[in-house]
Design a protein around this ligand. Structure first.
Ligand code: CA
Length: 224
């Protein structure tokens, strides 16, 4: 799942990025409101975390523009002030939830998960392919009921392959979806991660799910 953090305070932005990545999310960060709006319009995000006081365009303007476009992306806004007026304004403009700074990371994570669960037309919470089962909100994967011990990146990779089961995904597409926009797209990294993922998710099991399509990329599907 891919999240956008729009926050000009580098310390907070880095803290959010690190924490969310540790929890298996792919995170893009924008330090300006106009850059954030551009990303929100060009990349499909599962949740946008939006600061209010921003250079370029403030959070209200970003939120209003996203909703004017008809995008239903869940938006959690961060406000330094805990004035009731601010909260009402944010919710009126179409925000889904808010957090008052300073906040505990665990609370932010809980809010993000709750938005992922209840958002409109969200992806299903559980993805199943053969005996593979993924809880995409809690980032848990099992095969035949056996819990797979995956790193956040391995989970993101497996969940991309599983959500698009049967579809051959190119290394470029995989690197775009699983790594953030600043990742220097080196497709060898994809191969290395697929190898590690297979060691955990395929090698111990008789039926292999992840297949290499020579010259193209990878596909996850049950094969007889
Ligand atoms: Ca700010």
């Amino acid at each position: 799942m891919r999240l956008l953090v729009v926050e000009d305070e580098a310390k907070t932005a880095n803290f959010l990025r690190r924490g969310l990545e540790e929890n298996g999310f792919v995170v893009d960060v924008a330090g300006r409101g106009d850059d954030g709006l551009h990303l929100a319009r060009t990349v499909g995000y599962d949740v946008v975390i939006l600061d209010v006081m921003l250079p370029g365009l403030d959070g209200w303007a970003v939120l209003a523009a996203v909703r004017r476009d008809g995008r239903q992306t869940p938006v959690l806004f961060l406000t330094a002030r805990d004035g009731v007026d601010d909260r009402v304004k944010g919710l009126d403009l179409g925000a889904d939830d808010y957090l008052v700074k300073p906040f505990a990371f665990s609370e932010l994570l809980a809010r993000v998960r709750s938005l992922l669960r209840r958002g409109p037309a969200r992806q299903p919470e559980t993805v199943r392919v053969a005996d593979l089962e993924l809880d995409v909100v809690r980032h848990r994967a099992t095969r035949a009921g056996v819990r797979l011990d995956l790193t956040p990146k391995e989970f993101a990779l497996l969940s991309l392959l599983a959500r698009r089961a049967g579809e051959v995904l190119s290394r470029t597409l995989i690197s775009e979806q699983v790594w953030d926009i600043n990742f220097d797209s080196d497709t060898n990294v994809v191969d290395v991660h697929v190898r590690r993922l297979r060691a955990k998710a395929d090698d111990p099991f008789e039926a292999k799910l992840i297949h290499t399509v020579r010259g193209v990329g990878y596909v996850l599907e049950p094969r007889p």
